[in-house]
Ligand binder design. Structure first.
Ligand SMILES: NC(=O)NCCC(=O)O
Ligand SMILES: [Zn+2]
Ligand SMILES: [Zn+2]
Length: 468
């Protein structure tokens, strides 16, 4: 038994002083003056206690562009734990010609006995056909995978057509699951990319210039309309720009169930960083790309007003030396993505809460509670309440630190936020009642993270349509 004493408990709805009693892997009680008899006491004076972070968007040990992400389920989840994240949902990539179960087995093999924190999978749908339709109910019932990802971009690689997206929306509704989209117009991007290369525009900045905000806005609007037509629900991953935010806001005003996620890189970095000499811009090649600075204000407003509901990391790291440089002479060959899993929560706390853009409770909602609800993990995860898993972060708001590759816990050879000063630090992290980070050390063990089967219909509880 453990008692965390004297901390300030913060949930998505409340902030209050209380002790937390933990028995085995669960929270047994939250209240003032809990008896410490026979308990191991953790003093949290002057600290906040947050529910463990839930990162709904990661790519660990993922093949992409002829290489594989540098961070895998071991290094990536240890780094996540240092940042206060105790659950991730990783994207399981499928191949069109193979059964879905093959891909899921591959992802289990990548993660089993490796993950330091709890984990689950979303499943990519590349093409809708009779085999997929037949397999989906089993995937949901046996694997507890209740969310499906459709890529509207990456032509000739992951991109699915509108018929696939539409049928996935219809089927997901029938099966109580949620469709997620990477919303960019892949055909337009393909055309712009080919034109750029014909004009010898090969540097990293052209990655951004060939993927304009309009291409994201158009795809977001199209996916939202198809969702309304299918009377289904949609979660838009990595929203980067005003164009896409507007589409989500309009869809929500019309009463549609469209939710959106943004990521820390889009909140604090802008496109100008990609136009550096010596190929440095390759470190910041994401899809969708970093935008002009003006878009950051739209994203912050959307987080504050509830038009965007979650913060994912989109962790997808490649070394600068030896991986990003595959695209030295051609930006289309730079593997897309960056290291963000560890700093996701710190950046939102420091840039969001400390700068008065969001409240403490919104911080918890955006980094944990809403993802738990939308993806069928709540109330086991995402809150501090009797009966929930004791996934907890004891957070010191008074520490100032500088984000850097020298001090991060990822394997990748650079930090996307190098030099950024942040306030606050996840000092002690508990996973299901066990301390896994304390005194700047990882004290858990490899494979401690468990695979989580998620519930169906979680997002329906958040549904505007269902509420009506
Ligand atoms: N975002 C990115 O650039 N890489 C990861 C794959 C994806 O999410 O599209
Ligand atoms: Zn994506
Ligand atoms: Zn992603």
């Amino acid at each position: 038994m453990k008692i965390i004493k004297n901390g300030i408990v913060v949930t998505a709805s409340d902030t209050f002083q209380a002790d937390i009693k933990i028995v085995d892997d669960k929270i047994e009680a939250v209240g003032l003056g809990l008896s410490t008899e026979g308990a191991e006491v953790i003093d949290a004076s002057g600290r906040y206690i947050f529910p463990g972070g839930i990162d709904p968007h990661t790519h660990l040990d993922m093949p992409f562009g002829g290489t594989v992400t540098k961070d895998d389920f071991e290094t990536g989840t240890v780094a996540a734990a240092f940042g206060g994240t105790t659950t991730i949902i990783d994207f399981c990539l499928t191949e069109k010609s193979k059964p879905l179960s093959d891909a899921i087995e591959v992802w289990h093999n990548k993660s089993k006995d490796k993950a330091a924190i709890d984990y689950s999978f979303h499943l990519m749908i590349g093409e809708m056909n009779d085999h997929v339709l037949k397999e989906l109910p089993q995937v949901i019932e046996q694997e507890g995978i209740t969310s499906f990802k459709v890529f509207m971009a990456y032509k000739n690689v992951f991109q699915a057509d509108d018929a696939t997206l539409f049928q996935t929306l219809i089927k997901a509704k029938e099966l109580g699951s949620l469709v997620m989209v990477h919303a960019e117009n892949g055909d337009v991007i393909d055309y712009l990319t080919k034109k750029a290369l014909q004009n010898d525009q090969t540097a990293p900045i052209y990655h951004a210039l060939t993927r304009p905000p309009e291409a994201e806005g158009e795809a977001t609007g199209r996916a939202s309309q198809l969702t309304a037509l299918a009377d289904s629900q949609l979660y838009v991953v990595h929203v980067t720009c005003e164009d896409a935010v507007k589409q989500i806001e309009e869809a929500r005003k019309r009463g549609a169930d469209v939710w959106g996620e943004t990521c820390p890189q889009y909140l604090v970095l802008d496109q100008s960083i990609m136009d550096q000499p010596d190929f440095e811009g390759a470190k910041y090649v994401w899809s969708p790309p970093l935008r002009e600075k003006k878009h950051q204000e739209s994203l912050w407003n959307a987080l504050r007003t509830g038009s965007l509901q979650t913060l994912g990391s989109d962790q997808c790291s490649f070394d600068f030396n030896g991986q990003k440089d595959l695209g030295k002479d051609d930006f289309t060959k730079i593997p897309n993505g960056g290291p963000t899993i560890e700093d996701r929560m710190s950046i939102l706390y420091s840039e969001g809460v400390c700068k008065g853009r969001i409240t403490l409770n919104q911080f918890v909602e955006l980094t944990s509670t809403r993802a738990a609800k939308l993806f069928g993990l709540h109330p086991k995860k995402g809150t501090i309440a009797a009966g929930a898993d004791a996934d907890l972060v004891i957070f010191n708001p008074d520490v100032m630190r500088t984000l850097s590759q020298k001090t991060h816990h990822l394997a990748v050879d650079y930090n996307a936020f190098e030099g950024l000063e942040v306030s606050g630090k996840a000092e002690t992290v508990l996973l299901r009642g066990q301390v896994i980070v304390e005194n700047d050390q990882y004290v858990g063990h490899k494979g401690q993270g468990e695979y989580i089967k998620r519930a169906k219909y979680g997002h329906q509880l958040e549904s505007k349509v269902a509420q009506r």
